[in-house]
Write a protein that binds this ligand. Structure first.
Ligand code: HAM
Length: 419
């Protein structure tokens, strides 16, 4: 084995390739750069979340399948995409999303008002491609028991603050799918419309959409990206004209808020989302820098009947999730918080080492026990600072060598962490 490269302060070691184990398809390892980007994005999200008063929640990854069968309904995720395993005479699955798990937590802990955020790994058997994986990472939050329009305003304000902090242009696509009553009336009309369209022209819909019509998965047809379906969907009845007074009022309040705050949005009347638990306002976050397969950076909406579906008293709820793996398809300028340094510890003064590690100015990349070796590596790896804990200890000092400027500074022990 020998070292052949150092990037991002990580040494890669060449080894025999004979017995290496490859990743499963759709279960990627991210590169070191991507991992750092995920950490960077997450730290921003958690900071905003904390300032908005969200609690951090960590639900289990393995869940009973009924949670999603009941919660998400007759959807592709449930019908085709879950990883299901037998476990102690029952069936369990890797969670395909986190909202239902958060609701289960709330129900089991009698929480009917509160705000929760999470960073979660989710699993769906989708066809893997760049930005679409079988294990993927979401940052999300759920606002429980807080009425409209507070929850919508908070969500859209959060999203805007986050994207602005990254300097990334995005567009919010929003729609309202109304109450269950509205949707029932709408779905009936939509079904009639699609059937009539097919009677007039048997190619008005693609085979997938015809199957959906057959299975009465009518709303999903509006999600179709097939070219044959485009015109038929464009001319289909629009749900906004079916909204009841309350739903229409909330939609107007939210749209007014977005306009007044100059938050970039478009009303997209065919937006229905791929999960059955939604009602009223639904949305997706898109970014034109990404290609169509991964252009949805996040989405969410209201799900005021999910608590009831999962056996609890009615509790209104609203939330969203961002696809963190998609966000890192862009490179973000990461704020560097500290200067990279090597420590040379000529004698085992470990308590002084703890002072060096507390410094905000320097971050310790590696350790050495003699100066020539540290110097050689620092030059090779473009590390500009050596922090030397050696002879000057006798006079109460640590030496910081700046290799670029070719000078050095004596720092009094006890003051290092305040540099
Ligand atoms: P979703 O639209 O299924 O919603 O997922 C949210 C985001 O997760 C997507 O917009 C996308 O960025 C990312 N995502 C989804 N599938 C994959 C994948 N296979 N690979 C990479 N990224 C992916 C939900 O999951 C809802 N639970 C959101 C929500 C929270 N609704 C209310 N509260």
């Amino acid at each position: 084995m020998y070292i052949f490269c150092c990037k991002n302060n990580v040494f890669r070691v060449k080894s025999s390739m004979k017995d290496t184990i490859q990743n499963l398809r759709g279960f990627p390892d991210f590169s070191i750069e991507e991992g750092n980007q995920i950490g960077f994005i997450l730290s921003k999200l958690l900071k905003i979340g904390k300032s908005f008063g969200f609690n951090f929640i960590v639900p289990p990854i393995l869940e009973p399948i009924e949670l999603f069968q009941r919660g998400l309904g007759d959807t592709d995720i449930v019908n085709k995409e879950m990883f299901i395993f037998p476990y102690k005479e029952r069936k369990v699955c890797l969670r395909p999303e986190t909202t239902a798990s958060v609701v289960k937590y709330c129900i089991n802990n009698n929480v009917h008002r509160g705000k929760f955020m999470y960073f979660s790994q989710n699993f769906r058997k989708e066809r893997p491609q760049k930005g679409r994986y079988r294990q993927f990472n979401q940052f999300g939050f759920e606002i429980i028991g807080i009425p409209s329009p507070f929850r919508e305003i908070e969500t859209f304000f959060f999203i805007n603050q986050f994207f602005k902090s990254l300097g990334l242009n995005y567009i919010l696509k929003i729609n309202s799918i109304g109450s269950i009553k509205t949707r029932t009336a709408y779905v009936n009309d939509l079904e009639k419309y699609f059937k009539t369209a097919l009677e007039k022209d048997e190619n008005a819909l693609c085979q997938d959409s015809k199957n959906r019509l057959e299975r009465k998965s009518i709303l999903r047809i509006l999600d179709s990206k097939a070219l044959e379906d485009k015109q038929t969907i464009l001319e289909a009845p629009k749900i906004l004209s079916y909204l009841e007074k309350d739903s229409a009022e909330i939609f107007k309040e939210v749209v007014d808020f977005l306009q007044k705050q100059s938050i970039p949005f478009e009303v997209e009347e065919t937006l229905v989302r791929g999960l059955d638990y939604y009602n009223d306002i639904v949305f997706e976050i898109k970014c034109d820098r990404y290609n169509a397969a991964q252009d949805s950076l996040g989405g969410g909406g209201a799900y005021d009947s999910l608590f009831e579906t999962l056996g609890s008293p009615k509790t209104n709820a609203f939330g969203m999730a961002l696809g963190v793996d998609r966000l890192i398809l862009n490179e973000w300028p990461m704020e560097s918080c500290a200067l990279d340094a090597y420590v040379v510890l000529a004698e085992p003064y470990f308590d002084i080492l703890s002072e060096v590690l507390s410094s905000k100015k320097y971050r310790v990349i590696d350790y050495f026990v003699n100066i020539p070796k540290a110097l050689e590596k620092a030059i090779k790896n473009k590390i500009n600072f050596l922090i030397i804990i050696g002879d000057e200890i006798s006079t109460g000092h640590i030496i910081v060598k700046n290799l670029e400027k070719k000078d050095q500074q004596k720092v009094k022990i006890g003051t290092f962490k305040d540099l």
